[in-house]
Design a protein around this ligand. Sequence first.
Ligand SMILES: Cc1cc2nc3c(=O)[nH]c(=O)nc-3n(C[C@H](O)[C@H](O)[C@H](O)COP(=O)(O)OP(=O)(O)OC[C@H]3O[C@@H](n4cnc5c(N)ncnc54)[C@H](O)[C@@H]3O)c2cc1C
Length: 413
Amino acid sequence: MPADTAAVTIVGGGVHGVHLAVRLLEADAVGLAQLRIVEPAGLLGGFRRKCRQCGMDELRSPFVHHVSNDPFSLRDFARERGRECELVESEVGADRPTLSLFFDHADWICDRYDLESAVVDAAATDVHDERDRVAVETTAGTISTRWCLLTVGYGGSYTLPEWCRDLPPTAPVTHVWDRTFDPEAIDETASIGVVGGGITAAQLATSLARPGREVTLFARSPFRVESLEASTDWMHFSGVVDELHDLPPASRARQQAVVEARYDGTMPPYVFRRLRRAIDREAVELERSEITVATEAGGTVVVTCRDGTAMCLDALVCATGFGSPYDGPLFRRLRSSSTLETGFQGAPVLDDETLRWVREDGSRSRIAVSGAAARQVLGPFAHNVIGARRAGDLIVDTVASEPVGSDREPVVQ
Ligand SMILES: Cc1cc2nc3c(=O)[nH]c(=O)nc-3n(C[C@H](O)[C@H](O)[C@H](O)COP(=O)(O)OP(=O)(O)OC[C@H]3O[C@@H](n4cnc5c(N)ncnc54)[C@H](O)[C@@H]3O)c2cc1C
């Protein structure tokens, strides 16, 4: 089958992929006919699924953070439809949209730009840097493209506790981000364990709680409440981000700086309040210990905690976070087979000014990265909506202005 050809191929049609597509089209950096969005789960399908899986009702970020370029697009969308009541008051900063408002607006934006017509219903399996072009291999064939933008989020990578590893596949134990996890399929009278102490675990535990069910939250550390995922200093993408760029790209030091900046395992005040209320009215039981052993027993799972507590559960869901964004199948494949430079723990070496993946010879490829895998350039908000906006600033300018044949230009560090 001859390769499809395109000017820009975006791999991943999530929040970042959709935002970049909108920005590129608006800037006339690409025409719709020359744009491909490789996405197997439908536009924004991956994010929609995760929000449903953890029982989320509202976004954590303010109403100006969404997939459109105009910051007030979502507010105007809500006003025009009499849906201002779906902008929920916030302790810090602007009001936050409900999930349904956020996705209705996002769908409207996708329709306005006819992004569906650019979608290739497939998963990318490999990406080959061919100097002045990029070959994107997908489950539906190859696309030869001038630019490839990798926006696959965490690419399916998540973290499971050690004690999960030896359980048979029949054990009723899963991760909240497992594609097959469906909270609606859990029995109304089940005893359910939720493992974790951050925003996802808290949301999941409170959303699963209802009369007739026993929900136990296994949280080994005290809860930490933070409105945002990192200091607002990082949102300006200057100052602290400039200091980050002083460290060698894709290095252990950069990685550490980002990890230290992130308020991982925290939850915002409104989620904490809901959890507190659920615990107070005994809809959720709090187990302040760590599971050390789990065994399957006749369709249930028996867990033993460090403090000696033992419990038999019908379902156990781990809300123990994402894994490394460089450990999904696509990034692992790229690491093993390409001449693109990687650093500490497989992090891509990206150009700080353009997010282009740097080759081993120091030149910039035509592959750019946005989202969690760009955090060593953009900092702790890289994976958030605001990270997509910043990535848009850098990538759209590059695509719009980069003349063909200048890919051998050395990286300035
Ligand atoms: C429950 C939850 C709530 C959140 N709330 C907020 C919030 O309020 N505000 C905020 O700013 N951020 C929030 N975040 C962070 C959030 O992840 C990002 O804002 C956003 O989803 C990241 O967008 P993304 O495009 O990088 O990843 P995703 O939205 O996950 O999209 C990645 C897409 O890539 C696709 N994909 C993966 N591998 C391949 C492949 N090989 N080929 C083709 N396609 C592939 C997936 O199917 C997926 O659709 C939240 C995250 C979660 C999980």
